[in-house]
Ligand binder design. Structure first.
Ligand code: NAP
Ligand code: ZN
Length: 335
């Protein structure tokens, strides 16, 4: 099957129209006609080869919503015409202890949707059906798209770390991931502070559920927030004064990274004083994805999106690069 897509031919190049021949449909595979695909900052990291793992031509896109067009012979849990979503992960071994307990994101044989495979900036995708998730009827397709990567990436650590009533949560970086993290943390019952370098986002941050807002470009204000939060979820991809954020934690507090921040240095004393924890989290497996989708539908955790035709992909990528999106670009295949 021949698929029309948008690809980077080299690192840091604009995407161009590109056609490729998809692998034949395997027994566990599904072919999805894509209606929408979000633009995640990880797509930019891949286009720019920030992580040294990109292979070109590269078709980004891993916040995919579409309908099932064809099913492999062994697929029994999906039906033709059904609406499904695909995120960062396209498959895993299905047999190891992590896969068996529903945490396939931790599988050693995990494969990414657009690393060595072509992603969702396209008309269609052929992928492993076990990573194509039914979308609750209550969610609109364009709004559901960002949940498949951003949503699960922030919901997973908040859920796993028991965030809820009585937890003082800070969300650092109010972009695609961050604006959903504010909503999930508030819906889980936490008291939420937005930590943002963009004062113009304050009103939106409060509408997403934050009851406090800190302009992180004001270094003195950051320092003044010592011992105020129990948990900080960092969604930023840029260097930050991490020691100050550890100081912002109350005793027993946790700094959790989901954003791909560059390398940094800390010392043991930053953690021993106040017995702090630093941790990280990557996407979420099928169990968390299913939980997140029903939680989002029930609590109306919905991304604020700007929808544009798929053909405007380069303008959308440029907006994400410039941090001017409010708050997620979603590409749409208009027929
Ligand atoms: P995004 O929409 O571009 O948001 C990033 C936010 O970082 C911006 O909105 C901005 O928020 C903040 N920021 C702080 N300093 C900045 C600066 N100098 N320039 C630009 N932005 C700055 O990105 P995203 O899609 O949410 O992704 C964020 C990070 O998470 C990326 O590194 C991505 O690769 C990573 N990620 C990780 C996973 C995982 O599984 N762990 C999954 C998806 C994405 P303010 O304006 O509020 O400061
Ligand atoms: Zn992503």
């Amino acid at each position: 099957m021949n698929i029309a897509a948008w690809a980077a031919q080299k690192a840091r190049q604009p995407l161009e129209p590109f056609r490729y021949e998809a692998a034949p449909l395997g027994a566990q595979d599904v072919e999805i006609r894509i209606s929408h695909c979000g633009v995640c900052h990880s797509d930019l990291h891949l286009i720019n080869d920030d992580w040294g793992i990109s292979r070109y031509p590269l078709v980004p896109g891993h916040e995919i919503i579409g309908t099932v067009a064809r099913l492999g012979a062994g697929v029994t849990h999906l039906q033709a015409g059904q609406r499904v979503g695909v995120g960062w992960q396209r498959s895993s071994c299905g047999e190891c202890e992590w896969c068996r307990r529903g945490d396939g994101n931790l599988c050693e044989k995990s494969q990414a949707t657009c690393v060595r495979n072509h992603g969702g900036f396209a008309e269609a995708i052929v992928t492993d059906s076990r990573y194509a998730f039914p979308i609750p009827d209550a969610l609109d397709s364009a709004q559901a798209a960002p949940l498949l990567c951003s949503g699960v990436t922030v919901f997973s650590p908040l859920f796993r770390h028991g965030i809820g009533k009585g937890t003082r949560v800070g969300v650092l970086g109010i972009g695609g991931l961050g604006h959903l993290a504010l909503q999930f943390a508030a819906a889980l019952g936490a008291e939420v502070t937005a930590l943002s370098s963009s004062p113009s986002k304050e009103e939106d941050a409060r509408a997403f559920g934050a009851t406090d807002f800190l302009d992180t470009s004001d270094v003195a204000a950051v320092k003044a927030r010592k011992r105020t939060l129990d948990y900080i979820l960092s969604t930023v991809h840029v260097a930050q004064p991490w020691r100050e954020y550890l100081r912002m934690l109350r005793p027993d507090g946790t700094l959790c990274f989901v954003g791909a921040a560059p390398e940094f240095e800390l010392r043991a004393g930053d953690f021993t004083s106040g017995q702090k924890t630093m941790t990280g989290s990557g996407i979420g497996g099928p169990r968390v994805m299913t939980e997140m989708l029903s939680f989002a539908a029930k609590h109306r955790v919905l991304p604020k999106i700007e929808t544009v035709p798929m053909q405007e992909v380069n303008a959308a990528v440029a907006k994400v690069t410039a941090n001017t999106v409010r708050y997620r670009m979603v590409l749409e295949n208009r027929t």
